[in-house]
Design a protein around this ligand. Sequence first.
Ligand code: FE2
Ligand code: FE2
Length: 135
Amino acid sequence: MKRLDWNSDLVLDIDSVDSQHRYLFDLFNRISESSDVVIDEEGLIDKLLEFTQYHFDHEEKFIAKLGFPAAEWEHHRRQHREFLEACRALRGSPTWKLLDYFQDWFLAHTLGEDMRIKEYLDQGPDLKGVSPEGR
Ligand SMILES: [Fe+2]
Ligand SMILES: [Fe+2]
């Protein structure tokens, strides 16, 4: 069974982003453990993809406020976009294919690209309280 297990290596120290990541991990595990995900009466897979989209929007707004290097920011956004497109293309495939892809990509992305946000913040001014909505 596919699982996304949380551990301290995944913590960015950005409360909003960390809690969204944890929520996505929990939702992913719930889907993976579900006995009849093929029918998916609760619409959990749609919920997973919708929340992923919401999370990416949030993260991108956050990054935009940091003055992150433009090329890197664009690369990060492109990764988000391409991932969601690939997930949506897998909606017609057996669920395990989507879960396999989601698990591998999400873990690698969080430990790689997302961790760069933490590294960037750790070098600069304290902007961790910055909200993407500017509140
Ligand atoms: Fe993320
Ligand atoms: Fe990201």
